[in-house]
Design a protein around this ligand. Structure first.
Ligand SMILES: Cc1cc2nc3c(=O)[nH]c(=O)nc-3n(C[C@H](O)[C@H](O)[C@H](O)COP(=O)(O)OP(=O)(O)OC[C@H]3O[C@@H](n4cnc5c(N)ncnc54)[C@H](O)[C@@H]3O)c2cc1C
Length: 204
C-alpha cells in the first residue's frame, strides 16, 4: 500500500483507505446499486473537493505508479476497479446557469438531476438521459442519448467547452476555439480523449 500522507497534506477533500476507514469505505461502495461493481475492492477512494485536488491526485497516482479509476455517479462497470485508487468526483456537483447566454457550467460530478433542477427554474433544458441519477460527465462520454436527442442531438453535440485535467496534472480547456488542444467535433474529441494524454473532465 502506498503512503498517502503527501497527498493528504495538500488535499481539500478526503482520503478513504480500505485498511483504515472501514465505515466510510463501505459507504462509498454502497453508493452503487450495481452488484458486479460492489464485489470489487479498491484500495482507496479519494473524494476530491476541487479541481486542484483532481490534478494533485492524478500526479500522485502517476508518481507512485498506482492504478487509478474515476467515478461520479457509479453507474457504469468502469467506476470501481479491484486494488485501484478511485477518484470520486461526486462532490464537484455545482451547476451554474447563465440565463442570458443559455449556457450551463456543470461540475465534473454533477448528476442529471442537478442540471435539470437549475435549468428548469429558468425554463431551459438540454439533451440528457432517461435516468436522473446518471453522472453528466460519464453520460456525455459513454452515452448521451435521451428524450430530446431527436430534436437537439446527443449531449456531446451541445457541449461548448470541456475543462480537462491531463495525465501530467495540467488543467486545460478544450473547445472549438482552442484548436491546438482539441476540436469539439465528436469523432475528433473521442480520439483526443481516449488516445491522447487527457484524463479527467473537471467541468463542462
Ligand atoms: C439506469 C440507467 C439508465 C441509463 N440511461 C441512459 C440513457 O437514457 N441514455 C444513454 O445514453 N445512456 C444511458 N445509460 C448509460 C449511461 O450513459 C452510462 O452508464 C454512463 O457511463 C453513466 O455515467 P455515470 O457518471 O452515471 O457513471 P460512472 O460509473 O460514475 O461513470 C461512467 C464512466 O465515465 C467515467 N467518468 C465519470 N465522470 C468522469 C469525469 N468527470 N471525467 C472523466 N471520466 C469520467 C468513469 O470513469 C466511468 O468510466 C443508462 C445507465 C443506467 C445504469
Amino acid at each position: 500500500m502506498a503512503d498517502f500522507s503527501p497527498l493528504k497534506a495538500i488535499l481539500s477533500g478526503n482520503i478513504i483507505l480500505k485498511s483504515e476507514n472501514k465505515k466510510a469505505y463501505q459507504q462509498e461502495v454502497d453508493e452503487t446499486w450495481n452488484g458486479a461493481i460492489r464485489a470489487r475492492k479498491p484500495d482507496a477512494f479519494i473524494r476530491v473537493a476541487t479541481v486542484e485536488d483532481v490534478a494533485n491526485t492524478v500526479k500522485f497516482c502517476v508518481q507512485n505508479e498506482l492504478e487509478m479509476c474515476v467515478c461520479a455517479a457509479k453507474n457504469s462497470d468502469f467506476s470501481l476497479a479491484e486494488g485501484a485508487v478511485v477518484m470520486d468526483l461526486s462532490d464537484l456537483n455545482t451547476v451554474t446557469v447563465d440565463v442570458e447566454g443559455k449556457v450551463a457550467v456543470v461540475g465534473a460530478g454533477a448528476k442529471m438531476s442537478d442540471v435539470d433542477k437549475e435549468t428548469a427554474r429558468h425554463c431551459l433544458v438540454t439533451p440528457l438521459g432517461s435516468y436522473s441519477e446518471l453522472g453528466v460527465a460519464g453520460f456525455t462520454l459513454l452515452g448521451g442519448t435521451g428524450f430530446l436527442s431527436r430534436s437537439y442531438g446527443c449531449t456531446s453535440d451541445n457541449v461548448l467547452e470541456f475543462e480537462l485535467v491531463t495525465i501530467s496534472g495540467d488543467v486545460i480547456k478544450a473547445s472549438e476555439d482552442e484548436k491546438s488542444r482539441t476540436i469539439l467535433g465528436n469523432e475528433r474529441l473521442w480520439i483526443k480523449l481516449w488516445g491522447g494524454d487527457v484524463h479527467e473532465i473537471s467541468a463542462l
